[in-house]
Design a protein around this ligand. Structure first.
Ligand SMILES: O=c1nc2n(C[C@H](O)[C@H](O)[C@H](O)CO)c3cc(O)ccc3cc-2c(=O)[nH]1
Ligand SMILES: C[C@H]1O[C@@H](n2cnc3c(N)ncnc32)[C@H](O)[C@@H]1O
Ligand code: MET
Ligand code: SF4
Length: 381
């Protein structure tokens, strides 16, 4: 595995140097993951678009004076989940703003109408709603959470995640991407990763690149993820996501990272992280996403045949069939996976240390969904 000093030296790798770096990363990927690239067929449930934070890059968030600001009702949650199930989805991705009731009257009014004490209590109940009425597995992406909050949510989600984004304190300064965002302090983000490890929650994290961090900051952030995983073993995947500048946001004029920047970061992530951690990047945020394969990626994340990507709504998902074609063109096959990776599913004898990740109920659901893959012969489209 690459040490920090070596990783730092690749900050400007380009041309033949970048090519050689990518080859090394591809070799690690081939060795562990083979020539199968995975994705999770999911439906997106943006439970609330209000938030107490104000990330400079975010268009997901709506201010209370916007007519679009609000929560999804239980009926809307179920309707969306059922549509996803109809389209063959296996994952319900709950993605939402953080603790909006601590900042906005409108959020408090909504919660009162919904009969919930907090956004996170409501999240718990809506995961249960999906579990009671569909076969989908909830994945929770609700930002920074305390150990107690994670403990309460664990029984209703098969996996959870939170982008670390980046741990440099520079982003919190006046004019920085995370200025005025209490949930984006490295302290809170790292504490969330650590608490999830203590609780045996299969966890997704990752970096958002191009938001004002340096190359060294990226390496330090990857090293922090590696260190936490070495202690608890719960990091199932790391996402490298490229910042996209959105009109109307504070960072509308900020330069976006280019394809080489993504390849460099993916390759170094692959070489710094243990091979068992899945390396993911979204295919809808970069037209040249096929090149990620040569940089060591093995997963495309959640792809929805039904809902748009509410975080990047203007960036349509590639059709699953065109993603399949792109993979085949590079000599890889595309295969569907569940939101929780096999090694945390505890259906193999040799996985004693991963026994406590899923409740008996969730484990049974996972087994049934795996059975449906088996019956489909892992068809992708
Ligand atoms: O469609 C999206 N899915 C996002 N996902 C879901 C992801 O694509 C997969 O569905 C899950 O990771 C399942 O493996 C996230 C999950 C996390 O835990 C943390 C961050 C993200 C970010 C996104 C995102 O921007 N868009
Ligand atoms: C769910 C995740 O989506 C990412 N996210 C939020 N806004 C953007 C954007 N403009 N471009 C790319 N990714 C974004 C953040 O990393 C967040 O944690
Ligand atoms: C909608 S953004 C994803 C969830 C959370 N608000 C975060 O930023 O981490
Ligand atoms: S990225 Fe997440 S935390 Fe930041 S403003 Fe958007 S919803 Fe809130």
């Amino acid at each position: 595995m690459l040490n920090i000093r070596e990783a730092e030296s690749y900050g400007r790798a380009t041309g033949p140097d970048l090519f050689a770096l990518c080859e090394q990363a591809s070799a690690v990927r081939d060795d562990h993951w083979g020539h199968t690239l995975t994705y999770s067929r999911k439906v997106f449930i943006p439970l609330t678009n209000m938030c107490r934070d104000q990330c400079g890059y975010c268009t997901f968030v709506k201010a209370p004076d916007s007519p679009e600001a609000g929560y999804m009702t239980p009926g809307q949650v179920l309707e969306t989940a059922l549509q996803g199930e109809q389209a063959g989805c296996k994952e319900a991705l709950f993605s939402l703003g953080e603790r909006p009731e601590q900042r906005h009257d409108l959020a408090r009014q909504w919660l009162e109408k919904l009969g919930a004490r907090s956004t996170l209590d409501y999240l718990h109940d809506q995961c249960q709603n999906v579990l009671d009425n569909t076969r989908l597995l909830p994945h929770i992406n609700a930002g920074a959470l305390s150990k107690e909050e994670l403990r309460q949510l664990k029984p209703v989600a098969a996996s959870m995640g939170m982008m670390l984004e980046n741990i440099t304190l520079d982003l919190l300064k006046q004019g920085g991407a995370h200025h005025g965002c209490p949930d984006k302090t490295p302290k809170r983000r790292l504490a969330t990763l650590e608490a999830a490890g203590q609780l045996d929650i299969a966890f997704t994290t990752g970096l958002l690149i191009g938001i004002g961090e340096s190359w060294q900051d990226r390496i330090a952030s990857l090293a922090a993820i590696r260190e936490i995983h070495q202690q608890y073993g719960h990091i199932q995947e790391v996402i490298i996501q490229n910042f996209r500048a959105k009109p109307g946001t504070a960072m509308a004029g900020t330069q976006e990272p280019d394809l080489d920047e993504m390849k460099r970061t993916l390759a170094v992530a692959r070489l710094m992280l243990p091979a068992e951690i899945s390396l993911q990047a979204p295919p809808n945020l970069e037209a040249g996403y096929g090149a990620y394969i040569s940089a060591g990626l093995n997963d495309w994340g959640g792809i929805s045949p039904v809902t748009r990507d509410f975080i990047n709504p203007e960036r349509a998902w590639p059709q699953i069939s065109s993603l399949d074609t792109a993979c085949q063109g590079k000599g890889f096959e595309l295969a569907e996976r569940l939101t929780i990776y096999p090694r945390y599913q505890n259906n193999q004898q040799d996985q004693q240390s991963h026994q406590h990740y899923l409740s008996a109920d969730l484990q049974q659901r996972v087994t049934q969904l795996n059975q449906s893959f088996f019956e489909q012969g892992r068809l992708v489209a």
